[in-house]
Design a protein around this ligand. Structure first.
Ligand code: PGA
Ligand code: ZN
Length: 428
């Protein structure tokens, strides 16, 4: 029986598949208390260039996406260095892995290899201490974030002609997470009927975020359909909206313009488009990646033009402290999208989130398009008291996992639990 400091006795990793039938890593960290923690690594498709390196085999199997090399790095490099270490020393473990990798973007061992161990170690430590993970990560965590649920998909996440990637509802008027979840699912159901009636059965096929991917061309069409479904479901007063433009892949470097809603547009024109959208749909309270990741001036122009709207940095900041300092310093964003696999360790992701919160940037936790049933992000969100969680649509166990973990935590916390609701822009 271990005393106060449980130590790592073994680490095993396995190639599994994610929700898109692509390989990813499942890792298990074993400790001398007899406990074990496991974690699955997510993966994006609209990935920014400032993200931690996702190490893939590049061989013919799985179209080059195999993760055997990353797993070999876990077994041959990370495991020997971590055996015998205190599993509760998360910061030291993460630091040790970053040092062992030695590159800026974790390209030697793979951000995916390092993150697998980082998350599994946190789960193992919480289990060994007999604590829920959110409590292990923070004594303060009690806020259940507003789920930003993506019900209409476009961009790289859908086979339609919508340029913007995500049209999301945020149930800020719900009193609890349980009611917020119900609202999302009821609107999702209603939207299916609305879509089928207006655009036929094919319009109810799904996109990569677990929302619908109807054959639309313009952002306004998507907003009109969403609003109609919300109204029909009887929730007009309880819902606000969030968009992810995901502008980086819409940007054409050669011409310096964005393809958006059927036309090529300059940076200035994109600012005007965002302004018009918010003018026409005043319940849009959040816009993510309205500009490509290097157009800091464009970002600042959007921030200045839309003072009441969260301008959320995703590709811009990549959950990376250096990028975050740059963006905040330039006044280029007003909220941080936090994706743990963009940076590659739990410690660095939480540091980035807390840095943002200290600098008056609320945190939006976020899943990736490539996910598994792993629900660790919910615990991290609660630990950070984040106000928003970009969770995808409510379809599939990969999306259901985080909704369900929130429900579990809400029940477990009882009267201590606080649903962020209209206070979604909270700073922890
Ligand atoms: P990704 O998309 O996971 O495919 O990168 C999510 C996002 O852009 O927020
Ligand atoms: Zn995004």
């Amino acid at each position: 029986m271990a005393m106060n400091a449980p130590t790592i006795t073994d680490i095993r990793a396995l190639e599994i598949i994610d929700n898109r039938g692509r390989p990813t890593i499942r890792a298990r960290v074993y400790v001398d208390t007899g406990h074990c923690g496991y974690a699955d690594v997510p993966c994006g498709s609209s990935t920014g260039s400032y993200e931690a390196f996702d190490l893939r085999d590049g061989e013919s199997r799985y179209s080059g996406r195999g993760v055997r090399r990353a797993i070999a790095n876990i077994h041959d490099v990370l495991r020997p260095a971590l055996l015998g270490q205190e599993v509760t020393a998360q910061r030291q473990l993460d630091h040790l892995m970053v040092e062992l990798d030695g590159t800026k973007n974790k390209s030697r061992l793979g951000g995916n290899a390092i993150l697998a161990i980082s998350m599994a170690a946190a789960q193992a430590a919480a289990a060994a201490l007999d604590m829920p993970l959110y409590r292990y990560l923070s004594a303060e965590g009690h806020v259940l974030a507003v789920p930003q649920a993506c019900l209409i998909n476009g961009g790289l996440h859908a086979g339609n002609d919508l340029d913007a990637q995500e049209f999301c509802i945020m149930p800020v008027g719900s009193p609890t997470m349980a009611e917020a979840t119900r609202l999302v699912c009821e609107v999702f159901d209603t939207l299916k009927v609305v879509l089928e009636k207006k655009h036929g059965k094919l319009s109810t096929n799904f996109g990569e975020d677990g929302g619908f991917a109807p054959p639309l061309r313009a952002s306004r069409q998507a907003m009109d359909l969403l609003s109609e479904a919300v109204e029909q479901a009887g929730y007009a007063d309880d819902v606000v909206y969030g968009l992810d433009i995901a502008a980086t892949p819409l940007y054409d470097r050669a011409s310096g313009t964005y393809r958006f809603d059927g036309r090529q547009r300059t940076s200035d024109e994109m600012v005007a488009v965002m302004e018009e959208l918010v003018l026409d749909y005043p319940k849009i309270v959040s816009i993510e990646d309205p500009m490509q990741q290097d157009d800091l001036e464009g970002w600042k122009a959007v921030v200045d033009a839309l003072p009441g709207v969260l301008i959320v940095g995703d590709d811009l900041t990549a959950t990376n402290m250096e990028r975050l300092r740059l963006a905040i310093g330039a006044g280029a964003m007003t909220a941080l999208l936090c994706k743990v696999n963009q940076i590659g360790t739990v410690t660095e992701a939480m540091d980035a989130a807390r840095f943002a919160q200290r600098h008056r940037c609320p945190v939006v936790m976020s899943v990736r398009s490539g996910e598994t049933e792993d629900d660790i992000l919910t615990d991290i969100s609660v630990a950070l008291n984040a106000g928003v969680f970009k969770i995808g649509g409510p379809r599939g166990s990969d999306r259901g996992a985080n909704f369900n973990r929130f429900l579990e935590i809400e029940a477990e916390l009882g009267p201590v639990a606080r649903y962020a609701g209209r206070d979604y822009a909270r700073l922890a």
